[in-house]
Every structure is written in structure tokens, then in C-alpha cells.
Design a protein around this ligand. Structure first.
Ligand SMILES: Nc1ncnc2c1ncn2[C@@H]1O[C@H](COP(=O)(O)OP(=O)(O)OP(=O)(O)O)[C@@H](O)[C@H]1O
Ligand SMILES: [Mg+2]
Length: 255
């Protein structure tokens, strides 16, 4: 399998703090990479670097063979990388289906005149967006909430909605920052199932999670960060039993 994403020597300083320190890894097309590590290890910063929210201090990010280092977020998104945030970023007062339609914006080009003059492009894009909203509602099991304000649906469904919004842009790579964060242990099954089905659609996934048990069943490979440094990498079972990981993070391999 060829790597869809390659991260090489990626480094980010905040003043004197090295939040991400010479990190290297590759993510094969169609796989799930799990990223774990203690609080403050640099996991979210890593996503901010890949997604273009922050420029790296050093290093390179190569996506589908193209050097995207330092690209702005909208350009990274157009190239096919979608992300969700640790704290869910939805338009809470707006209905679920509108949140989804907004998630389509980087795939549409209609501007003010298109809307005013109801051009064929605007009509075509509106039809495409409607069809995609219906398809994604079905795929994510959120159909019953379509007309509810996003902020009023259960927390677990809001987490699925964040993934659904990311799907609207038809990405090739999804970066999921704690997709089950804030959701009780007993309520994560649908989210885990959804992430697996996203991968089955051919979308490559990088997922940050604290729930080790979930990673064991979901991830093809794992990367472990501690103080910005990659301290382990490999198959989940191998990483879970790695003494350095147990010392830094796990205490013991519970999964
Ligand atoms: N914009 C910023 N400015 C200054 N320091 C930052 C900034 N973003 C992150 N940091 C610092 O970088 C380090 C890594 O933070 P990051 O949020 O990436 O950790 P994390 O692994 O996602 O942690 P958590 O598991 O708590 O979400 C922390 O020490 C944090 O305080
Ligand atoms: Mg984080």
C-alpha cells in the first residue's frame, strides 16, 4: 500500500516549548492510524499542523505525493483533508441538515451573482448538496435528527454529526480529534462503527483517542506521542505492550 500522508521531521515550537518534536510517520491509503499519548503530548497540535491551522516550525507534510507544508486550511480542505475538533464545532442553533449543507462549501463555487441570477451552476450545486445531505444523513444514522437544532441532539449524535459534516466535503483523509470525547463508555459503539465504515468507504483516517480499548479494535497502526516526541509506533497489540508506552501512558496494557 502506498502512503497517502507522509509526515517528516515535523516540529512546532511555542516559545520555548517544543509541542511537536521531529515527528515522522506514514499513513497508508485506506487505513486507520491511531494517535495516543498523555494530555499535552502534542496530539491536537499535530492535527493543527497537518490541517494548516498552524504552520510548522520545521519539517514536511506530503499528501498524495504533494508537498502541502504551510498551506492555509481552506486549501488543505480542498485538497481532500477534513478534520473534526476536540470540542465539537457545530452551528448549535441551526438544524442538523443545515450544518451538513455548510460542510459542503469547499466543494461549491457559486457566488453572489450565481445565487441572484439563479444560474445553472447554482441550481446544479444546490441539487448536488441536497443529494449529498440525504446520503450522509442515511450513512451516519442521523436522519431522525435532520430538522433538530444541532445543539439539542444527544452528545453522542453530535459527535457523529461532526464526522458527518467532515464527510460532506468528500475527503480522502479524515483527522478525528477525540471523536468519542465526552461520551460515556457505553455510548461509543455507534461512533466506532461509523469510523470503521468511513474507512470501508476508502477514506483514510487518523484518530486521536484516549480510549485504548477502542483503538485496539479500530486502528491498523498506532503512533504514541509523549512530550511532543514519537515514543512508539506499530500494530496496536505491539504498542500496548511496549514498556515505554506503559511507563509514559498506560500503566498497564488493559486491552
Ligand atoms: N496555540 C498554542 N500556544 C501555546 N501553546 C500551545 C498552543 N497549543 C498547544 N500548546 C501547548 O502545546 C502542548 C501540546 O498541546 P496539545 O493540545 O497538542 O496536546 P494534546 O496531546 O492534544 O493534549 P490533550 O490530550 O489534553 O488534548 C501543550 O503543552 C499545550 O499547552
Ligand atoms: Mg488534544
Amino acid at each position: 500500500m502506498t502512503a497517502l500522508l507522509q509526515v517528516q521531521g515535523l516540529t512546532r515550537l511555542f516559545g520555548g516549548l517544543v509541542a511537536v518534536n521531529k515527528v515522522d510517520f506514514e499513513v497508508p491509503q485506506g487505513s486507520i492510524l491511531g494517535i495516543i499519548g498523555p494530555n499535552g503530548a502534542g496530539k491536537s497540535t499535530l492535527f493543527n499542523l497537518i490541517g494548516g491551522a498552524l504552520p510548522p516550525s520545521e519539517g514536511r507534510i506530503v499528501f498524495a505525493g504533494k508537498d502541502i507544508t504551510g498551506w492555509r486550511p481552506y486549501r488543505v480542505a480542498r485538497e481532500g483533508i477534513a478534520r473534526t475538533f476536540q470540542t465539537t464545532a457545530l452551528f448549535e442553533e441551526l438544524p442538523v441538515y443545515i450544518n451538513l449543507a455548510i460542510g459542503r462549501r469547499m466543494r461549491t463555487r457559486s457566488g453572489f451573482w450565481d445565487v441572484l441570477l439563479r444560474t445553472p451552476r447554482m441550481r446544479r450545486e444546490r441539487e448536488e448538496t441536497t443529494a449529498k445531505v440525504l446520503e450522509v444523513l442515511e450513512f451516519t444514522g442521523l436522519g431522525k435528527y435532520a430538522n433538530e437544532p444541532a445543539g439539542s441532539i444527544p452528545q453522542e449524535a453530535q459527535k457523529r454529526l461532526a464526522i458527518a459534516v467532515a464527510l460532506m466535503g468528500e475527503p480522502r483523509l479524515m483527522l478525528l480529534d477525540e471523536p468519542t470525547g465526552g461520551v460515556g463508555m457505553g455510548e461509543t459503539d455507534e461512533i466506532i462503527d461509523l469510523i470503521g465504515r468511513v474507512r470501508d468507504r476508502g477514506i483514510t483516517v487518523c484518530v486521536i483517542e484516549h480510549k485504548m480499548r477502542m483503538m485496539m479494535s479500530l486502528a491498523d497502526r498506532m503512533v504514541v506521542l509523549n512530550f511532543g516526541v514519537k515514543i512508539a509506533e506499530g500494530e496496536p497489540r505491539q504498542v500496548c505492550e511496549d514498556p515505554a508506552v506503559i511507563e509514559a501512558y498506560l500503566g498497564e496494557c488493559i486491552a
